[in-house]
Design a protein around this ligand. Sequence first.
Ligand code: FES
Length: 165
Amino acid sequence: MLQDEKYQEQIQRIFAKYPDKRSAVMPLLYLAQEAYGWLPEEALDEVAELCDIDPTQVKSIAGFYTMYRETPKGKYWLQVCTDLPCALRGADQFYEELKAYLEVEEGGTTEDGLFTVEHVMCLAACDRAPMLQCNFHYMENLDMDKMRAWIEERRAEAREKEQKS
Ligand code: FES
């Protein structure tokens, strides 16, 4: 997929920022993740080839950082912090209620493919709990009323998009 014409300019822009091709692994992994929605073996191989390094090295980098998706996820990847400081502000209960509302278990994805939910350790926003990271954006000072409204907005958007296509 990264061989597609539409990615060539972005790839060249990424390479231009680094003195060495190998240093571009992480931004290229982001690009591959954006293209595939997650990082299948094929994507890791493409990044390895682009950077001229061994695929196992790329795999270990992708496995080390939590922002890379090693399995398919929903459009909205909701990572709820349930670490102790957040738990003291109700994050555990919020997380349980969120899973129940979406009818998924830990790490599960909703049937419509929109939401994946999992819990994570500290995201450095402890004073704004309950909080979560949705893809790469923080949502803070949450409660289930706010969450339900936000989820239903995303569902409405998805329905509208589907009707237009
Ligand atoms: S403990 Fe949750 S953000 Fe720090």
